[in-house]
Write a protein that binds this ligand. Sequence first.
Ligand code: SAH
Length: 379
Amino acid sequence: MTTGEKKPEQPAAWSLTLEDWRAQIAELGAPGYRATQIWHGLYKQLATSWDDLSALSLALRRTLAARLTLDALTVRELQETADGVRKFLCACHDGELIESVLIPSTDRFTLCVSAQAGCAFGCVFCASGAAGLSRSLSAGEIVGQVVVASRWLRDRQATPPDASAAQAALGRPQNIVVMGMGEPLANYDAVLQALRIINAPGGLNIGARHITISTCGVVPGIRRLAAEGLQFELSVSLHAPNDAIRDRLMPVNKRWPMQELLAACRDYTEESGRIVTFEYTLVAGVNDQPAHARELADHLGGWKCRVNLIPLSPVAEFDGVAPGAHVCESFQRYLEAARIHTTLRRSRGGQVDAACGQLRLCRTQPQTAETRTTEEQST
Ligand code: SAH
């Protein structure tokens, strides 16, 4: 669904790497250092218009403005919870709505970005997939989400409670997680291009180990990523200890069942040296029993990985509920006893409908807003 607004399509200035800029500049016959000035203007100065790049000649600014837009995203709405989680709802050039969530912790901000408008994978508890996939985002629309949040941080001089002065001065998120709407590995090229731009020195400069890609289990994508030799973190949404339960929760499991998925994850760790994190959403009576913990431990015991347990965030489309705290804690204890490093994520963002595609959903399907609880939910 869209807001109905149409603007002429122009590629986003944020879709180019520094090398791409060098090529553009060479093509225009301008001196090579202009590429670095543009890079600085986009990602240090966080320019909102080409006129902000005053180091460039007026003629060059005009030429660039005719080719590439700095308006690929328009902030439509900003919601905030008492605990400081902020959710940005942005409109793309064609009116598609996408969301990003800025989550503070004691000394940093993590930004959760979307890779697609909607999602085709249809995990039963995920609001992002409820209306299917509208389209994949361009690299520029993914980078743009980081720019929008960085501008906001800079303009508000927002700092997490214990941030050091140096971190505060950065005026940008320190961690990026591609865990918003959509499936990043189903939009592989644009996501990788975006992450290279976000990671590049002299620009946003967010370290690869501070960037996480989260997948529902697109095995060929995991294998392709392993072969890139990059240092990005990989999270895999597992959510089940066996194929029978995973088939019910995540249709993607029928295409790439658990054995294939876990083999790809093992290979990823071997090839990249990076430890995979398994996301496991706990749903009462479905995947939260001691027998499930045992089965999961049998799969994961003995290899380097982490498990991140997340109590289900209630969504109108799914009638499951989160288990009580003691059930979550005993599931965690069981995995820890099997020497699997396990965290239990406290849910955040529910007060701003920040969980998993909910803001977009409630703007495009107003009837779902009333039925949602406003308790703590997770992203
Ligand atoms: N497609 C990617 C990234 C987007 S979803 C993936 O599947 O990993 C990000 C994470 O939120 C996934 O682990 C997803 O399963 C989880 N999630 C979605 N809906 C949820 C809900 N209602 N409660 C808790 N976690 C949820």
